[in-house]
Design a binder for this molecule. Structure first.
Ligand SMILES: [Mg+2]
Length: 184
């Protein structure tokens, strides 16, 4: 069974530098993401979002606010022919050193526990930071870097299997990564 893990901010929606998405109006979907999600729905058995959201731990938003944002996004994805099987989020502060917070792999293990057949070796992690790449690598996944921090691929070559400029470009060029996880 093939599984896709997606980071959220900077991959699906535009990152707010030094700030947080606290309401659906702040959630700006990156161009091509909905088309990419429709492609992924045909290629992966399971699709998860794994996102650190310490804005909750800081009291800047509630879990209910986050749920509203995610309901908005999932509705857009579904309407475009895509699918997300579950969104995992970690509300803990960075300073709490939670095992559920990336780059620790608690969210990946939880998904494997909750969905029969999920194999982390046969999974791809897509993210826009070194933290995401470390999370994917530690969990034994194929790692795909997207977005503006291209230098992560050259500064941490052992963490990054593939780089594409955005999620849609990855979706259109998905064969090498699929081949990597299917050959394992
Ligand atoms: Mg991110």
């Amino acid at each position: 069974m093939t599984t896709l893990f997606l980071d959220r901010d900077g991959v699906l929606n535009e990152r707010i530098i030094d700030g947080y998405v606290t309401k659906p109006g702040d959630f700006k979907i990156i161009d091509g993401v909905l088309d990419a999600m429709a492609i992924f729905a045909r290629r992966f058995d399971k699709i998860f979002i794994v996102t650190n959201q310490q804005g909750i731990g800081k009291g800047l938003m509630t879990a209910e606010d986050l749920e509203q944002i995610h309901r908005f996004f999932l509705n857009e994805v579904n309407q475009a022919g895509g699918r997300v099987d579950k969104i995992y989020f970690c509300p803990a502060l960075k300073s709490a050193n939670s095992f559920m917070r990336k780059p620790s792999i608690g969210m990946a293990l939880q998904a494997r526990r909750e969905f029969e057949g999920v194999s982390l070796r046969h999974s791809i992690m897509v993210g826009d930071t070194a933290t995401d790449m470390l999370f994917g690598r530690r969990a034994g996944m194929c790692t795909v870097l997207v977005g503006e921090e291209k230098e992560v691929a050259s500064s941490h070559p052992h963490l990054v299997d593939y780089y594409y400029k955005d999620l849609y470009t990855f979706a259109k060029n998905i064969e090498p990564a699929i081949k990597t996880i299917c050959q394992k």
